[in-house]
Design a binder for this molecule. Structure first.
Ligand SMILES: Cc1cc2nc3c(=O)[nH]c(=O)nc-3n(C[C@H](O)[C@H](O)[C@H](O)COP(=O)(O)OP(=O)(O)OC[C@H]3O[C@@H](n4cnc5c(N)ncnc54)[C@H](O)[C@@H]3O)c2cc1C
Length: 154
């Protein structure tokens, strides 16, 4: 860490069960891999590597979860930003891979919460709502996609 500013005010910051502080980077350090940034991306990458036996160091400018990862809605949602555009630019099997990735991430979260005993009040389920008529087209496209993949709809 180079500095440790408090998290931005949010429900999650106010109710966090764990508020870790780490020492600043001093002098020369050696590692197999150095990850820059301790958000979801950096921490998940570091953990994946550490679980495989690599000596990983994470360098963060402020605090673990200080960026978008500590300011978001905290929902375990399905879908990847830009998914449709990515799929359209590639072969059909890329769409299938993106579909698998949607749910693989959920599984990783569940597995890690259990394995590391993370006290985070994990709950499944979320609701997407259209608040403008023009939002409906995206919902129809998503509904078609869910049907194409035999997603259980009730
Ligand atoms: C308002 C909002 C709501 C959201 N809601 C959801 C949701 O409900 N569900 C969901 O799945 N996703 C949601 N997201 C998206 C999700 O939060 C992001 O996709 C995710 O947090 C990105 O994680 P990240 O690790 O890539 O980036 P970040 O969390 O931003 O982490 C980057 C880190 O790198 C550090 N850093 C940057 N530059 C350097 C440097 N040079 N040296 C050292 N450290 C550096 C920063 O301080 C920061 O801590 C939401 C996003 C926002 C903004």
């Amino acid at each position: 860490m180079t500095s440790s500013q408090p998290h931005t005010d949010s429900y999650y910051a106010a109710t966090a069960n764990d508020n870790t502080e780490y020492p600043p980077l001093v002098g020369e350090q050696h590692a197999d891999v150095c990850v820059v940034g301790a958000g979801f991306t950096g921490i998940s990458t570091a953990l994946h590597l550490a679980e495989r036996g690599y000596n990983v160091h994470v360098v963060e400018a402020s605090k673990v979860g200080w960026g978008a990862s500590g300011r978001n809605g905290g929902q375990m949602i399905g879908g990847i930003s830009g998914e449709e555009r990515i799929a359209a630019a590639h072969r059909a099997d890329v769409e299938d891979m993106l579909w698998e990735m949607r749910w693989a991430g959920h599984e990783i979260i569940r597995e890690r919460v259990a394995r590391y005993g993370i006290s985070c009040d994990l709950k499944a389920g979320y609701l997407d709502v259209a608040i403008k008529k023009r939002h409906l087209a995206a919902f129809r496209a998503e509904f078609d996609r869910l049907q194409r993949h035999d997603f259980p709809l009730s």
